[in-house]
Design a protein around this ligand. Structure first.
Ligand SMILES: [Zn+2]
Length: 281
C-alpha cells in the first residue's frame, strides 16, 4: 500500500454512452457516471476481460403492486435488468481486485429485486433457507415520494447501496457503521450521492452511511486506490479485529479519524477565510 496514490476510478461501461442522466421517460439507460478515466489496471487489460470475470447470479424482478404510482414511476425511469447489472459491476470493481483470474467474493446464486409497499427505504436479506439467494426490497412509497428530477438517480443510488450488501464481506463483529459506510462509499464513487449528503465528519468514524463513506473516501485518497478493496478483504475473516487498521495503515482508526476531522476543519477555516476577505479595490 503506497501512500498518495490516485483514487480508484470506475471502469468504463460497456456499450454505453457516457452522457448525463436524461430525465425524459423511456430514454436509454443511463450509465454510471465516470469520475476519472485513469485506470489502475495495466493498459492492455481489456474491459471485456474484466467483464468476463464478473459474477452472473440469476437476476429476478418482482413488482408487488403494478399500478402503485411508485411502480409506474419506477417503470418510466429504470430498466431493472440494466440497473442491477450495472450495480453489480460497480460494486465488484470497487470492492475487489479484478485483475486476477478469479474474484474472491461471497457466493451469490441469485438476486431477487422486489418493489413493494412498505415503510422505510430499502433493505437486503438472504433467503430463509439459503443465504446464497439474496433479496433486495425497495419501497414503492419511497420511490413515489421522490421529486421527478431526482427519482432516477435516487433509485440507482439506493440499488447501488443495497447491492454492496449483497457482495461485501462482513465478518462477525464488523461494526454496522462500517458495513453501511462501505455501502455509501460505493454509492458516492458511483456518482449517486444525493444533494443532502454533508461532508462534515461528525464525531465517530463508524457513525455509518455517508459519514463513514466520506471517511473511507479520504482514506483512499491518503493510502491509495486499493484501500477499500483491502478493508473489504480483511472483513472476510473469522471475526472483525480492530487491529486491522493499525496493520494496514499504521494507525488506530480513531487516530486516523482525528486526522480526518482536523484536515476537514482546516479546509473549512481556509474556505471561510477566503469567503470573508475584502475584494481588492
Ligand atoms: Zn445499508
Amino acid at each position: 500500500m503506497t501512500a498518495w496514490q490516485s483514487p480508484k476510478p470506475l471502469p468504463t461501461p460497456i456499450a454505453m454512452s457516457t452522457r448525463l442522466p436524461d430525465p425524459l421517460p423511456n430514454s436509454e439507460p443511463t450509465p454510471i457516471p465516470i469520475p476519472d478515466r485513469t485506470s489502475r489496471h495495466q493498459p492492455d487489460q481489456s474491459i471485456q476481460d474484466t467483464q468476463s470475470k464478473l459474477p452472473t447470479p440469476n437476476l429476478r424482478f418482482a413488482i408487488h403492486d403494478l399500478t402503485h404510482s411508485g411502480a409506474l414511476k419506477f417503470q418510466r425511469e429504470i430498466s431493472a435488468g440494466t440497473a442491477l447489472q450495472e450495480a453489480i459491476r460497480t460494486v465488484i470493481y470497487l470492492l475487489y481486485d479484478t485483475t486476477g483470474k478469479t474474484i474472491d467474493h461471497p457466493p451469490v446464486r441469485s438476486i431477487t429485486f422486489i418493489l413493494k409497499s412498505m415503510g422505510g427505504v430499502a433493505y437486503t436479506t438472504g433467503n430463509d433457507l439459503d443465504d446464497e439467494h439474496k433479496e433486495i426490497h425497495l419501497s414503492l412509497e419511497y420511490i413515489d415520494a421522490q421529486p421527478e428530477n431526482r427519482v432516477r438517480a435516487e433509485i440507482l443510488g439506493v440499488i447501488t447501496h443495497e447491492m454492496v450488501h449483497v457482495w461485501q464481506w462482513s465478518a462477525p463483529g464488523t461494526p454496522g457503521g462500517l458495513i453501511e459506510g462501505i455501502a455509501d462509499y460505493v454509492r458516492l464513487k458511483a456518482g449517486f450521492s444525493p444533494p443532502h449528503w454533508s461532508r462534515k465528519p461528525g464525531e465517530k468514524w463508524d457513525a455509518g452511511y455517508e459519514r463513514t463513506g466520506f471517511f473511507l473516501e479520504w482514506l483512499e485518497q491518503k493510502f491509495g486506490s486499493e484501500t477499500i478493496v483491502q478493508i473489504n478483504g480483511l472483513l472476510k475473516g473469522e471475526r472483525y479485529e480492530s487491529k486491522i487498521w493499525k496493520e494496514v495503515f499504521g494507525h488506530d482508526v480513531d487516530d486516523l479519524f482525528k486526522t480526518y476531522q482536523t484536515e476537514f476543519e482546516k479546509r473549512e477555516t481556509i474556505k471561510e477565510g477566503n469567503g470573508t476577505q475584502p475584494e481588492h479595490a
